[in-house]
Design a binder for this molecule. Sequence first.
Ligand SMILES: [Zn+2]
Length: 289
Amino acid sequence: MPIPRIVGRDTRRTPRTGPDDIVSELASSARASLERSGCALGDVALAGCSAPGPLDFRRGIVHEAPNLVGMIEFPLAGRVSAALGGLTVFVDHDTAMAAIGEAIAGAAVGVADFVYITVSTGLGGKIVSGGRMLRGARGTAGELGHFPVAFEGPACGCGSFGCAESFAAGRNLAQQFGVADAERVYAAAAAGDDRARSLVERAEAALGNLAVGLANALNPSLIVVGGSVAEHQPTHVLEPMRRAIEARAFRVPAASVTVVPAALGADVGLLGSVLAARERAAGRGEWFL
Ligand SMILES: [Zn+2]
């Protein structure tokens, strides 16, 4: 399937004043981008809305989202739908939307067993196994950023410690070095700063551990790695994953997996939402629902 063309876009800051304001901002942003593209709300068949999780994708309810003030057990799909005149709105986790996008029009087309990982501000993922997205008992499966990869380590935002995210996510790397942006940590490491170098080495080791675990536990044929940090620092993100799998995973799963960059780039959230909504409308969503 061809990658959809983006005909209009509208970017806004997420309100910090509660979910009601987030919904009205989402709806007015949707209306603004429709206007820009010369479409009417009545022309739209279905909308996709990606959200941070954990969430109930079947009912479109966000259980909790630490970075969105007040969004607890919040019926996001229903509320956005109501704000858009009853339009059908499909909510899913941002990493699920990205994995669906990569599966339909990106790096994982035709692949029945793959893992999607995003290494960005945070670290997240989704697992597709045997041609189905692994959802788990309550639909929250795939939080790969919170897979423990160390016996000790900095406290993680999830309440645990030693999570892959706490070592390798951009936000965490930047915080641990005392700067605003992970790119500055990589730049300092390249310039020979010992502290930056040890943080980067630790992030690489965490990603390597995660990759070996994924290869041995799931035997995917593809690990698709997206996100801004992965995009800008492939030698510090994809390479250590490849090296660790080759050195430490079982021979057969190691030989059957390829670690590749994501294909949809920075717009993966937008494209994934559209592709997922379109698949659902066409009745082809069984594998991810
Ligand atoms: Zn965690």
